[in-house]
Design a protein around this ligand. Structure first.
Ligand SMILES: Nc1ncnc2c1ncn2[C@@H]1O[C@H](COP(=O)(O)OP(=O)(O)OP(=O)(O)O)[C@@H](O)[C@H]1O
Ligand SMILES: [Mg+2]
Length: 872
């Protein structure tokens, strides 16, 4: 019965028979047995389309229709006697596929290793001992230990539970936590009735539990629903851009191939050779290296980030990081040290009070929710005289109520102790204690006095919790939210959390880099203002959760630009602010570590969390910081921008010079009495060109291009291609003319001459395209420079080498090389001048467009600018 799909049926069977069914006990499995099961059942991972073996992945590459046509066509020509060119075609195809494949596999392995280093872990009983293992390695029969903050790692039946509350919204849509018990429920029919069963992907809100795993991976309920639930995130600007680019090239390719074929048929040329020529052109045009270049560039960025202690879980996050212009962050741990100390415990009169500490301590001691640093601070403060209390029940903490209650018993007395956000605790209190044991009713004046006390504490920078209690009847053994009323107010616990020394510098660096930092916190305005003052961050506007609730979307959107502090936000409100920012056309990052941050992390363009965060937060994030530190994000932002810049270089290269070249070839095929290049020469040309570009992911980026957020800019690429493409064709035609008239070239000389010229212009133009500066000032990465120059030299040498005749090359006259040097130099100089004019013109265009849209863009992407235009 291991891993059969009807997960809900688990709830209705007796526990003993379930344990027998997975051949396990409450003590768990042995390591050896677990390993055997892992091989049998597969890893506990929803995406587990089991990794295909490498050789199959390699064959996938050959699945490209162009390659197939090419191989078939050259197969035919081999039958017609041209065995050489068949062998050459096969070799070239093989070499280029291997080149591509090896790099991409290596890049993917890097990424996979990084991802694994921050994988979620579960506490599992193996060989009778508790171990921490990656959740992917869990198998049916494993016994896991769960505490608040954990994600349930697989479908499991409870063996033990204490005040265990689970959020199952993902599966059932119920927003409120469900309590789970150990029980046999013969009639449970759906997940919301299955209160003895835990389901993968749900999260533990409070309490603890121990459970035996019954289903893993795709066999879980979530696995069965996975297609509908885990819909892939919407594509980023970057992905859309890359896809558009692919489509654009595809269209051009189809057109070109048909055109060349038609022309050749009209001119009664040999059809097989024409077909091969056309397909070789198509191969040359397709940006077959694009996926590889994107992956390798991203992987390289991810590696460099890992050196800075930032792990990239989802690669697309990297270019979103480069585009990010607003970063929202929580307060604790980011702006403050998260080294919280309890400093004062005072009663309603403002006097130090041991009773207040005793109540706070009891509440913290017995509450079983996610470990909060506030509770830790209370428990570390000392040990009050508070023996003999037993816990009866708890109303767990949640971020909407912002408080937690425990129901305790001592010597027949039942006491409910409430601790939480002071405003609310105060509101729920009807009495206070002017002296020990003498509760008196709150009048307006007393209430106002206590309020002022609390506000003063906030102004002094204290984080404050309100403490209250209520004696309940001796027969009440359960606590409910409705019991949190008519409380006797005890006093305040006041905490200090020192601001982080380097946070101010980090915020400053980010805003200098064009990333506005906004604070989204669940804490109150006074404390938050105080932190901002300490750090020297000016508060330009503040909205509280209560104001936000009353605010329309429009009103919010209008105020977003100015407001940089949002406080007393509930988790859905954090998400709302984030979505509103996205609507305004911003690329938004969110940094947070609590379960209260998970929704916002999901909604963000870049969700950032820390290694020690709650599982749900970590799971929702696409970047994980190994150190909770704002300053590493600045480095990450620059890395993301660098990545987008380098991919753009590759695309600019492919779409302008390469495109121009292929155009020239098609044109030449029309007017010449022979093919301008033999199909195998086209392929070789393409291979060398590809090899010259391998260095692009490693290339340096001019510092001025990454001082602002970099957005994917398809518009720029398209215009650049339309302008620079024809320029390269111009020089091609000049070469044709020279070859035919000055050098009196026949077929072989023409093809050889053009082969060298074509590669030289295509490969060397990288020095112009890779920078907006002068190529003499901006230095390329040595690898890129060496490969580009090296491939051109190789192209010039091949015709002279023994390989030359195999490809149908002849040796070139010295005069041609002199002509070539002049032509290439002229091309580069002209291209450089046009580039400068282009960027100057384009910069003006962009500024004008931005002015019309009412806002200065960091890099105009047509789609986003439209958004802005609508907003304005
Ligand atoms: N352990 C606790 N017991 C009682 N109340 C709590 C506890 N933890 C938090 N609260 C209340 O809930 C509020 C919101 O929690 P918290 O400040 O952790 O939110 P947050 O959005 O994560 O804040 P931050 O931005 O500082 O990380 C707190 O201001 C406090 O009033
Ligand atoms: Mg927090």
């Amino acid at each position: 019965m291991e891993n059969d799909p009807d997960s809900v049926a688990l709830a209705s069977q007796p526990l003993d028979s379930l344990l027998a069914g997975v051949a396990s006990t409450a003590g768990g499995l042995s390591g050896a047995e677990a390993d055997a099961r892992l091989t049998r059942c597969g890893s506990n991972d929803l995406s587990a389309v089991r990794r295909r073996p490498l050789w199959l992945q390699f064959l996938d590459r050959l699945h490209n229709p162009l390659l197939i046509i090419l191989l078939l066509a050259s197969g035919f020509s081999a039958m017609a006697g041209d065995f050489y060119s068949f062998a050459i075609v096969v070799t070239i195809v093989f070499v280029s596929v291997v080149l591509d494949f090896v790099q991409e596999v290596r890049a993917n392995n890097t990424i996979e290793d990084l991802r694994r280093s921050v994988a979620l872990r579960a506490r599992v009983l193996r060989d009778g001992q508790e171990r921490e293992l990656p959740v992917e390695r869990l198998v049916p029969g494993d016994v896991v230990q769960l505490v608040a903050g954990d994600l349930v790692p697989a479908d499991a039946r409870l063996i033990e539970a204490r005040d265990l509350f689970v959020n199952q919204a993902l599966l059932t849509g119920e927003p409120y936590p469900t309590e789970k018990h150990v029980a046999d429920l013969p009639h449970a029919a759906d997940p919301s009735e299955a209160t003895n069963t835990l389901f993968m992907g749900t999260s533990v809100i409070s309490g603890t539990g121990r459970a035996v795993i019954l289903r893993t991976g795709r066999a879980t309920l979530l696995g069965a629903m996975a297609h509908s639930l885990k819909a892939p995130p919407p594509p980023t600007d970057f992905e859309i851009g890359v896809r558009h680019f692919g489509l654009l090239i595809l269209r051009v390719t189809v057109f070109l191939v048909l055109f060349v074929l038609l022309a050749n048929v009209l001119f009664h040329r040999p059809w097989l050779e024409s077909l091969m020529f056309a397909v070789a052109l198509a191969v040359g045009l397709t940006p077959e290296l694009l996926p590889m270049v994107v992956t390798v560039t991203l992987a390289r960025g991810a590696l460099r980030l890992a050196e800075r202690k930032v792990i990239v879980k989802r690669l697309t996050a990297l270019h979103n990081l480069g585009a990010m212009d607003v970063l929202c962050t929580d307060k604790t741990g980011t702006l403050t040290e998260a080294r919280i100390r309890l400093v004062r415990h005072i009663d309603a009169q403002g006097e130090d009070s041991d009773e207040v500490f005793r109540l706070a301590w009891l509440n913290s001691r017995f509450e079983s929710g996610i470990r909060s640093p506030l509770d830790d601070a209370i428990l570390e403060h000392g040990q009050p005289d508070a023996v003999d209390w037993h816990k009866l029940d708890e109303v767990p903490f949640d971020f909407e109520r912002r408080r937690v209650s425990v129901l305790l018993e001592r010597g027949g007395q039942h006491l409910l102790i409430v601790k939480g956000a002071p405003e609310d605790v105060l509101r729920l209190s009807t009495h206070y204690e002017p002296g020990p044991g003498r509760p008196s009713a709150f009048d307006i004046e007393a209430r106002a006095r206590v309020r002022r006390l609390f506000e003063q504490l906030g102004d002094d920078g204290f984080r404050v919790l309100g403490i209250a209690s209520r004696v309940v009847g001796p027969d009440q053994r359960e606590a409910r939210v409705t019991d949190e009323t008519e409380l006797v107010f005890a006093g305040f616990a006041a905490f200090l959390d020192p601001p982080k020394a380097d946070a101010a510098a980090a915020v400053h660096a980010l805003s200098k880099a064009g990333v506005a930092v906004k604070i989204l916190t669940g804490d109150n305005d006074r404390v938050t203002r105080h932190v901002c003052r300490d750090l020297g961050i000016p508060v330009t506007g503040l909205i509280s959760g209560d104001e936000l609730r009353a605010m329309s979307e429009e009103a919010l959107r209008l105020r977003l630009a100015k407001v940089n502090v949002f406080c007393r936000l509930s988790p859905p409100q954090k998400q709302r602010v984030l979505l509103a920012l996205k609507q305004r056309g911003h690329a938004v990052g969110f940094l947070g570590d609590g379960i209260n941050d998970a929704a916002a992390l999901h909604a963000a363009d870049v969700g950032i969390s820390v290694d020690g965060a709650a599982d749900v937060a970590k799971d929702a994030a696409s970047l994980i910081l190994l150190e909770h530190d704002l300053s590493v994000i600045h480095g990450g932002v620059l890395e993301g921008r660098r990545t987008v810049e380098n991919v753009t270089k590759y695309i600019l290269m492919g779409s302008s010079s390469n495109f121009g070249n292929m155009l020239s070839m098609a044109g030449a095929a029309l007017v010449l009495p022979f093919l301008p290049m033999l199909p195998i020469q086209v392929l070789l040309n393409n291979l060398l060109y590809d090899a010259s570009e391998i260095g692009i992911p490693f290339d340096r980026v001019d510092p001025e291009t990454i001082v602002r957020p970099v957005r994917w800019n398809m518009d720029l690429i398209r215009r650049f291609m339309l302008i620079l493409g024809p320029v390269s064709s111009l020089f091609d035609f000049l070469t044709f003319y020279a070859l035919l008239t000055i050098f009196g070239a026949g077929e072989a000389l023409f093809q050889t001459g053009w082969f060298v010229e074509s590669l030289a212009t295509q490969a060397l133009i990288i020095f112009v395209i890779r920078t907006r500066r002068s190529p003499l000032v901006s230095r390329p990465h040595p690898l890129l420079a060496a490969l580009s120059v090296g491939m051109v030299l190789l192209a010039a040498l091949i015709p002279l080498s023994p390989l030359g005749p195999l490809f149908g090359f002849v040796s070139l006259p010295l005069g041609y090389f002199i002509f070539l040097a002049g032509t290439v130099a002229a091309y580069l100089i002209l291209a450089e001048s046009i580039k400068r004019l282009f960027y100057r013109w384009y910069g003006r265009q962009a500024r004008r467009g931005a002015m019309a849209a009412g806002r200065f863009p960091h890099g105009p992407s047509s789609r986003r600018s439209e958004h802005r235009a609508h907003d304005a």
